[in-house]
Ligand binder design. Structure first.
Ligand SMILES: N[C@@H](CC(=O)c1ccccc1NC=O)C(=O)O
Length: 328
């Protein structure tokens, strides 16, 4: 474990932001990868994959069954307070992302990690603020680019017959083979229309939402994890999922409590449906949705790392209770 160093890999050619910070630990039986998606309202260049550093070192000091850490940077939308001159900015440094660029980057990064480290479904996605939006979008039926494979005893030969046909000369990105076992949302945004409505007096909310998704509020609903039900939502897109943990601080000054309330509500159907379990796996099919209160201001969760680390530890406790993770 002492040998594990952090490395940074590049997963895309379009932007200098397409990188993943990775710490691979000693392989450990039945352990999980913990993969972080940062916040910053889809646009703040001061918030990158480094936002996970503090939480990662706290978690490394614990004895949780973790086989690796990864933190994903992704392309950002323009920030009106930090304008860039198109003529003098190198194209790879120019921040001009629009939905679905952010989520496609996250998916490409996850597929890279899964194909490189072979952890299958044994990973926990952790997202802060808009990173929590992205984490849940990656398992929404209408947004996720990667369809879940049905368990059919392997009769489809790993789904090779369903490989997409390339329409570009570029090689296809690696495919994500399995969705996460658990998602942890910290101070998350789950309903964009509600977020903008709740903070009507503050123009920044409308501004960053339009900056990332455009002005059509029907699209805002379609990309909001707490809005899309049935096949277009989490129920349709995350049949193998087991655990959702939503954490927030009562002192969060930027994202209000109604986001978590809406999400808990929206997850009722998913929670009450049995998980799809591979036939050779002798577990129950239970699912859990849990909430946890953490302390501090919105960004304290990652700035000092405690809120993120506590949220992840709580998720492991839940997985251990469910018999889905080994005891520490
Ligand atoms: N620092 C950000 C603001 C920000 O991150 C934010 C503000 C209000 C509600 C949520 C936010 N971030 C979510 O990812 C910015 O410069 O736009």
């Amino acid at each position: 474990m002492a040998s594990a160093g952090k490395r940074t890999v590049t997963y895309g050619r379009h932007s200098t932001l397409q990188t993943i910070s990775i710490t691979a630990l000693e392989p450990r039986k039945d352990a999980y990868w913990v993969i972080y998606i940062h916040g910053g309202a889809w646009r703040d260049p001061a918030v990158t994959s480094e936002a996970f550093d503090k939480a990662e070192s706290i978690l490394r000091a614990s004895n949780l069954p973790i086989s690796g850490f990864a933190s994903i940077s992704y392309r950002l939308s323009p920030h009106p307070k930090l304008p860039q001159a198109p003529s003098t900015t190198p194209p790879r440094e120019f921040r001009s992302a629009k939905h679905p660029d952010h989520i496609r980057d996250v998916e490409a990064a996850l597929a890279f990690l899964q194909n490189t480290y072979g952890f299958g479904p044994r990973y926990i996605l952790v997202g802060h603020s808009c990173g929590a939006t992205l984490a849940f979008q990656s398992v929404m039926g209408a947004i996720a680019n990667h369809r879940e494979m049905a368990y059919n005893g392997g009769a489809d030969g790993c789904g090779l017959g369903a490989e997409p046909i390339s329409t570009t000369p570029e090689p296809l990105p690696p495919r994500l083979r399995a969705k996460p076992t658990a998602i942890v949302g910290v101070a998350g945004i789950y309903d964009l229309r509600r977020l903008v409505d709740t903070h009507r007096g503050i123009s920044a909310y409308q501004e960053f939402t339009e900056g990332a998704f455009g002005a059509d509020d029907l699209l805002w609903d379609a990309v909001s994890p707490a809005q899309m039900m049935g096949s277009r939502g989490i129920e349709g897109g995350w049949k193998t999922g087991r655990l959702v943990v939503l954490t927030r601080s009562p002192d969060d000054e930027l994202v209000d409590q109604s986001q978590d309330e809406a999400m808990v509500d929206a997850l009722k159907g998913w929670e009450q449906t049995e998980a799809q379990v591979p036939p050779d796996e002798l577990t129950h099919k239970d699912r859990r949705v849990r909430t946890l209160s953490i302390g501090g201001a919105h960004d304290d969760a990652w700035i000092n790392g405690d809120g993120i680390a506590r949220s992840v530890k709580f998720a492991f406790e839940q997985l251990q209770e469910m018999g889905l993770a080994p005891q520490a």
